[in-house]
Design a protein around this ligand. Structure first.
Ligand SMILES: [Zn+2]
Length: 553
């Protein structure tokens, strides 16, 4: 018999399926869990006594944007330090592949300054080539990828706002089939962002029919998460029903401006499930987001060069028109823009503004009163002064909705962040992304331990077996003999998120720049220790996971 590599002994085992913990030993051999048995009954070449800490499956983050950042930091610092062992990328319509030679420049611009990092080689064109680049340099965590609708559309018709012609749609379908064959887990959309916002429901259904042939899923950042949230959830459900595929509604908290609380969108999900349709939801626990101020501008001008945007904002007629477009929101813009639309200037706090440093830490309301200017004009002027470098914290989600979502059985936990590191390019300047550093530990600290909203085993289920089931990764997300040894060992009493800042903010922000959380002692990926006593071991045992769909129908 092959000797066991490692026995984790003296642990309180949470199997990931929602069951309460039990005492046990867990044996790892060849990257997999080979046995789970009573304490002190297993022997291996090495033994790790964890002194009663919890042992759970490594967390699976079903909604991230690590597509390029993982190339820059393959150690996946901010993810692994909070016990995350798998990231799903390609969300909100955006994946860096496929990409067409003709539109490569636009694609790079779309992804922003990270595109110019030396690790981001853009040597791939197809989805398969991108996955190979991901795997070739080693990864600390596993990666599963969705094919982004925006990428497919840009590869065929760039950022055009018209409907695809039949040949263009056929080309998109071909690229999608190629991505699914390469191992994409499904299709994602971002229907508030360009170019996703230019696509009709029929266009998305036609593409989802391709996904159906490969038994993939449809994940959507829906068409409006505020005033139109119910119509947008209904559209996602219709899309899945028409194409006959499961639907994952991404980060589905209602944002400021929504006419209802989260029970209303969840009711639509429940009704669909009652009719036999497989619809699930994910959500992150942060009430804020820190985009560039320019991201709140109408979609059709966002992707223009900043020099053109500035020129428009300087022309008084164009400025008036842009203001009106933001207020009317006819083509629903992303969530934070609701604060502009509804004049919630006290909920927008300046974070970066290199040309006007005196505004940092102040709300747009305060700046407007200090400058004696209309807040909307201050908003535009800060973009004129600082371009894309003007960034602000938008507090646009009511925490009550986060609690409602956390308690619903069909909602899993995601970060909506990305793999970051507090050094190098990914920290220059430090991005405001508390979810990237403190999502899973934040849930455990605040919503399980301090003010319980859900039980420990239910929180763990929402971080492990549930997202694994959604991806049909049946040998991950659980602690069972035969499953891959993606494992986190943590001390619930010590769990502490050091990245989250609660609203209202006080400058300097308490947990910014972000720090790694405390209390995550050991993390294993495919049986290899990546976090050892809260330190990164440097190991890169992660795998690119490819969806095994079998032959198309
Ligand atoms: Zn999104």
């Amino acid at each position: 018999m092959t000797p066991i590599d490692l026995v984790i002994t003296n642990g309180r085992i949470l199997d990931g399926c929602g069951n309460p913990w039990f005492w046990g030993d867990l044996a790892i051999q060849g990257g997999r869990i080979v046995e789970i048995a009573p304490v002190s009954t297993l022997r291996g070449k090495e033994t790790l006594d964890i002194g009663g800490r919890f042992v759970a499956p490594g967390f699976i983050d079903i909604h991230t944007h690590s597509d390029l950042s993982i190339l820059v930091n393959r150690r996946a610092e901010s993810a692994i330090r909070q016990g995350v062992t798998t990231h799903v990328i390609g969300n909100c319509g955006m994946s860096p592949a496929p990409v067409a030679e003709t539109y490569l420049t636009d694609m790079r611009y779309y992804w922003g300054p990270i595109s110019d990092q030396s690790e981001v080689t853009w040597e791939w064109r197809t989805f398969d080539q991108y996955l190979k680049v991901l795997q070739s340099g080693g990864l600390a965590i596993n990666i599963a990828s969705l094919a982004g609708h925006a990428a497919l559309r840009m590869a065929v018709m760039d950022l055009d706002d018209h409907a695809p012609t039949p040949p263009e749609l056929d080309q998109m379908k071909e690229l999608l089939a190629e991505a699914m064959q390469a191992g994409a887990f499904g299709l994602s959309t971002g229907l508030v962002y360009p170019p996703g916002c230019f696509a009709s429901t029929d266009e998305i259904i036609a593409l989802c029919q391709v996904v159906a042939r490969y038994h993939g899923l449809y994940a959507s950042h829906i068409r409006g998460e505020r005033e139109t949230i119910l119509e947008a959830v209904a559209e996602a459900i219709t899309t899945g029903r028409e194409a006959g595929i499961p639907v994952q509604i991404s980060h589905n908290a209602p944002k400021f401006g929504a006419p209802c609380d989260a029970t209303a969108n969840l009711r639509l999900v429940e009704e669909a499930r009652a009719r036999g349709q497989d619809v699930t939801v994910d959500n992150d626990i942060h009430t804020d987001l820190a985009p560039a101020l320019a991201d709140g501008l109408p979609q059709h001008i966002q992707d223009r060069p900043i020099i053109e945007i500035v020129a428009l904002l300087q022309a008084s007629e164009a400025r008036c028109q842009i203001r009106e477009e933001i207020v009317l929101d006819r083509k629903p813009a992303f969530g934070p823009a609701g604060l502009l639309r509804h004049g919630q200037w006290h909920r927008i706090t300046l974070l970066h503004a290199p040309k006007t440093p005196e505004v940092i830490g102040k709300t747009l309301l305060t700046i407007a009163s200090e400058w004696g200017r209309d807040p909307f004009d201050v908003y535009f002027d800060l973009i004129i002064e600082n371009g894309h470098e003007a960034e602000a914290i938008f507090d646009y989600i009511d925490e009550a909705n986060i609690r409602i979502l956390l308690q619903h059985p069909a909602v899993m936990i995601c970060s909506d962040g990305e793999a970051l590191a507090p050094y190098g390019f990914l920290n220059d300047p430090p991005p405001y992304s508390p979810c990237s550093y403190g999502e899973f530990t934040g849930v455990l600290e605040r919503y399980v331990r301090n003010q319980p909203v859900l039980t420990l085993q239910e929180a763990i289920r929402k971080m492990t077996s549930f997202p694994a089931q959604r991806l049909r990764l049946m040998d991950r997300g659980v602690l069972r003999a035969g499953a891959w040894a993606d494992i986190v060992v943590f001390n619930l009493e010590r769990i502490h998120d050091r990245a989250t800042n609660l609203f209202p903010h006080h400058y300097p922000f308490e947990n910014y720049p972000h720090c790694y959380p405390e209390g995550i002692d050991y993390v294993f990926v495919n049986g290899v220790m990546v976090v050892d006593r809260e330190q990164h071991s440097g190991a890169l045992p992660g795998k690119v996971l490819r969806h095994r769909a079998g032959v198309p129908l």
